[in-house]
Design a protein around this ligand. Structure first.
Ligand code: FAD
Ligand code: SF4
Length: 558
């Protein structure tokens, strides 16, 4: 990109700690730092237009994190979580029916009693206000697009992206240079598959000797349902239909607040059939006879999607590197069996903050926070993840019935006697390596949406309030522009068309009838920042980079 001469230097601001991402992990770190030492200067950059705009979660929240960070949260009149879990229900679905699983044989750690149902977006907005009241500077609408390094290769902060660059990569009349935010330590709290985190993990080889990180894509809708069908605090999970062989995942359905229902579907990204569409699996799930009635007379309010990091214990990379550390889902702290990560995001933000404050108090800067790396496995985060470490590998190897049975047994033995007969199982392949060639797969054919409970992508993306400046460089960068049509189309039918939950990728033909002259089209303005393409592309050819700050979904209470 050619920059005007006067634009080449960036302004720089100095802080004690720079935090990338105003999710639960980043905000917990910021709050804890100020609680420990009010004189520290702490800045948080957030790519969403406001705090919470890019947060999408279930969410059933284990309050352990909030209880430690903000012990008065329950008595605050503005408390972000108001509905306590009242009933826990597990179902295995078949195409036309299903079977409820009794609660008593379930490992205790899957029990949701004592947890709260609500919107994680609301929780982070509340945390954001708490952070600001303690003096944390939060800059929403600014994406950290570049990591900055010092003379010894240590991280010294981040730069926010330049604004006002056209699609042709040339500065426009409103061009504004990004800022350098320099810190003695930088905490990366970008959530699952963070764009800077990916570079830092590679640069410092933080994943050496660890299993590959595993992911799922989580799709969610928020509904306001008929009051007669509302059961406050009901938490329901299903496994089985509509997913078939070679794919695993399940649904969640949470009733909370004022007749609100969060309904969602998670598909693990190690599925093998390239004709699978997570979006259409979700739409089909809602039409199941045991589910569909929930939505009768209701109204769909919002839609979105986000990747989940699910490798757990054996996939967590080394957390520290010279000048910074990873926290929350950027580090992979989600508990896969419990589908919960917000509690560990908060706990890891706090733990990292404590180690940063100790380091700063002893005059250190820009070195490795080894104490944080050494502490997490023995902390509540480590205990939470260790007990469930074999559930995902067992499901991947044995499928639903075998995986569930042995996985439950394993969680019981881990919980009761602290050991597993399996030791620690490995995850195997990266999710980008699991697709079979399309010629070896039975194509999956999805029913047309009915417009009542099942919908198409366009009307769904509309409900995510996604907005990007159109005249900017495409933020979904192809390392080689020929790969989608030359390699992915003949081999896999170009699966990006299907795994993207926002219809960003299309293959259009010069002649539709003869399917000749195919072209790969990227509708970048629809991107909901879920990061699935960065994870699942079989050629690892798609690089998700932050678009202009403020772009992307505008979730209100997701
Ligand atoms: C469908 C779904 C259901 C879930 N259900 C539950 C549940 O019921 N209970 C539960 O506890 N957990 C649940 N989770 C997991 C939970 O949402 C995560 O564990 C949690 O949000 C992780 O917090 P985080 O702060 O690490 O990351 P995030 O919440 O992802 O926050 C990261 C923030 O960083 C910002 N960011 C990223 N990159 C940049 C950048 N370069 N520059 C500036 N800003 C950046 C993002 O915009 C975002 O605001 C669910 C997740 C999904 C997707
Ligand atoms: S383009 Fe990639 S990150 Fe954006 S919505 Fe589609 S899959 Fe998700």
């Amino acid at each position: 990109m050619d920059l005007p001469e006067e634009a080449s230097a960036r302004e720089a601001m100095e802080f004690d700690v720079v935090i990338v991402g105003a999710g639960p992990a980043g905000l917990a770190a910021a709050i804890r730092l100020k609680q420990l030492d009010a004189s520290l200067s702490v800045v948080v950059v957030e790519k969403g237009s406001e705090v919470g705009a890019h947060i999408l979660s279930g969410a059933v929240v284990d309050p352990i994190g909030l209880d430690r960070l903000t012990p008065d949260w329950r008595s605050d009149p503005e408390s972000p979580l108001k509905t306590q879990v009242s009933k826990d229900r597990y179902l295995i679905l078949t195409p036309s029916g299903g079977m409820g699983l009794p609660n008593w044989p379930m490992p205790r750690l899957l029990n949701n009693h004592g947890n709260f149902v609500g919107s994680l977006g609301t929780v982070v907005r509340w945390l954001g206000q708490r952070a600001e009241s303690l003096g944390v500077e939060i800059y929403p609408g600014f994406a950290a697009s570049e990591a900055l390094f010092g003379g010894k290769g240590e991280m010294i902060g981040v730069a926010t992206g330049d604004m006002g660059i056209g699609r042709d990569e040339k500065p426009k009349s409103n061009f504004t240079r990004g800022m350098e935010l320099r810190g003695k330590y930088t905490l990366l709290a970008e959530g699952a598959r963070g764009s800077l985190t990916k570079q830092i993990v590679e640069r410092f080889r933080l994943d050496e000797g660890r299993d590959p990180q595993k992911f799922g894509i989580g799709l969610k809708e928020l509904w306001q349902i008929d009051a007669a069908r509302f059961q406050p605090g009901l938490v329901q999970h299903t496994l089985g239909w509509p997913l078939g062989r070679g794919a695993s995942g399940g649904s969640f359905l949470y009733h909370y607040d004022d007749n609100l229902v969060s309904v969602g579907f998670v598909v693990h990204l190690n599925y093998d059939n390239p004709t699978l569409s997570p979006f259409d699996e979700f739409q089909r799930f809602k039409t199941h006879p045991l589910i569909v009635d929930t939505f009768a007379g209701g109204r769909r309010l919002a839609y979105g999607a986000r990747a989940i990091s699910s490798g757990g214990w054996q996939s967590v990379p080394r957390l520290c590197f010279p000048g910074g550390a990873l926290v929350g889902c950027a580090a992979g702290f989600l508990n896969f069996a419990r589908i919960k990560g917000s509690h560990n995001a908060i706990l890891s933000g706090m733990l990292a903050a404590e180690k940063v404050q100790e380091a700063l108090a002893s005059g250190r800067a820009n070195d490795e926070l080894v104490a944080y790396e050494n502490a997490w496995r023995g902390s509540d985060i480590g205990r939470d993840l260790h007990k469930v470490r074999n559930v995902k590998p067992l499901l991947s190897r044995l499928g639903l019935t075998g995986g569930m049975t042995l996985g439950s047994l394993d969680m019981w033995t881990n919980e009761l006697v602290g050991v597993s007969i399996f030791g620690t199982l490995k995850h195997g392949k990266r999710d980008c390596d699991t697709l079979k060639p399309i010629s070896q797969c039975q194509p999956i054919v999805y029913p047309k949406p009915d417009g009542k409970v099942s919908f198409d992508k366009a009307s769904s993306v509309f409900l995510s309030n996604t907005n990007h400046e159109e005249d900017q460089p495409v933020h979904l960068r192809l390392k080689d522009p020929n790969v989608p049509i030359r390699d992915n189309l003949p081999m896999y039918g170009e699966p990006a068309r299907l795994y993207c939950p926002a219809g960003v990728y299309e293959v259009v033909y010069g002649n539709e009838a003869s399917k000749s002259d195919p072209r790969f089209v990227i509708n970048a303005q629809n991107c909901v920042h879920c990061k699935t393409c960065d994870i699942k592309d079989p050629a690892q050819n798609i690089d998700w980079t932050p678009p202009e700050g403020g772009g992307g979904p505008n979730y209100t209470t997701m």
